[in-house]
Design a protein around this ligand. Structure first.
Ligand code: AMP
Ligand code: MG
Length: 327
């Protein structure tokens, strides 16, 4: 695996997935099921995962896969129209008819669990944002020996120019270890290197958090901003788009506290974003400063939330969070 192979495979798959997501998001009614734990899953989540894992099975078939969805509910046959719609979306995206067997095999593709390479895939990160027609990301991350080494974040609704919210939307972020981090407009345009902001002035610092208050602990964000005098305020954005925003210098801190004591973050919600932020100069730990540990598979069992920053204030922020969490 190298930067070129990763970028080719991830961006081709990510583009197909984003095309499906955009098409579904424009529909009046988005076919949705409810997963255990009351998380929504739409036809676009399944179709996006199918095209991404198909690409990985073709090009990186001997790598391991960690992905959010599985075909259990589609196979159950309770919602035949949902399965038919997913099959139609995938067939249209690939330009060839797809059988139910193929579709489910792609969605469930797991590769070789013993491979040193493991892909962490969230076919639609921020499904709630997607349904609100706000921000969401197709997240394609790669671990080597359980350490994030590469990531691609396709963000179909993010403004290309952060100063022109009414302008073109759709941004792709990608990074590979020691090869740098980049962005380009999803609908065409130049690829440019990105870098996290370097400010050390608290008055400039902007803190990213979830739109969904149940996904974190908004009080801890407010307390951090007040304690350290961060003057840029709190910016609420759905999904791993937050990592892209930080990596291109439009915010300095992404704080994701545990939403409840027994919550454990999902690897596919962070691997791609952490890799992009790191190559742009950022730092990631958990909220109390421990290294992120992706060795447990889907769940980050040993971490308390996630903190990513632009770098220079990371230790100071961790020290403050420890005081706040312990008080
Ligand atoms: P965000 O849009 O940043 O809030 O993150 C979206 C992600 O939040 C989804 O992909 C889910 O995996 C995750 N999520 C769902 N429920 C919770 C919860 N109760 N606490 C924390 N994260 C959650
Ligand atoms: Mg997610």
């Amino acid at each position: 695996m190298n930067a070129d192979t990763f970028t080719n495979v991830a961006l081709e798959a990510g583009r197909l997935a984003a095309g499906i997501c955009r098409r579904v998001q424009q529909e009046q009614v988005v076919e949705t099921q409810e997963k255990a734990g009351k998380e929504p899953v739409t036809v676009a989540d399944y179709a996006s995962q199918a095209v991404i894992l198909r690409a990985l099975s073709l090009h990186c078939g001997d790598h391991a896969i960690l992905a959010e969805e599985n075909s259990e509910n589609l196979r159950a046959g309770d919602d035949a129209h949902v399965a038919d719609r997913v099959r139609e979306l995938v067939s249209d995206a690939l330009g060839e008819p797809v059988t139910m067997e193929q579709l489910c095999a792609w969605i469930d593709h797991q590769g070789d669990a013993d491979s040193p390479y493991m892909w962490a895939i969230d076919p639609i990160d921020g499904t709630k944002g997607f349904l609100r027609k706000a921000q969401y990301a197709v997240a394609i991350g790669l671990l080597r020996e359980r350490v994030p080494v590469a990531g691609a974040l396709v963000c179909p609704n993010l403004a290309v120019d952060p100063n022109d919210e009414g302008g073109a939307r759709g941004v792709v972020f990608h990074a590979y270890e020691q090869a740098g981090a980049f962005q380009f407009p999803l609908d065409g345009g130049d690829t440019t290197p990105i870098r996290a902001n370097a400010t050390t002035d608290a008055a400039d610092v902007r803190v990213l958090g979830s739109v969904e208050s149940s996904h974190g602990d908004p009080r801890l964000l407010t307390a951090l901003v007040e304690e350290l005098g961060f003057g840029g305020g709190i910016v609420r954005v759905d999904s791993q788009v937050k990592y892209g925003v930080l990596a291109r210098g439009d915010a300095e801190v992404y704080l994701r506290p545990r939403s409840k004591p027994d919550w454990r973050d999902n690897a596919w919600d962070h691997v791609a974003g952490v890799a992009v932020a790191k190559e742009a100069g950022g730092r990631s730990t958990d909220v109390v400063g421990r290294p992120l540990d992706f060795s447990f598979g889907a769940k980050m069992e040993e971490n308390v939330g996630v903190l990513t920053t632009h770098g220079p204030l990371h230790d100071e922020i961790v020290a403050c969070l420890k005081r706040l969490v312990e008080s």
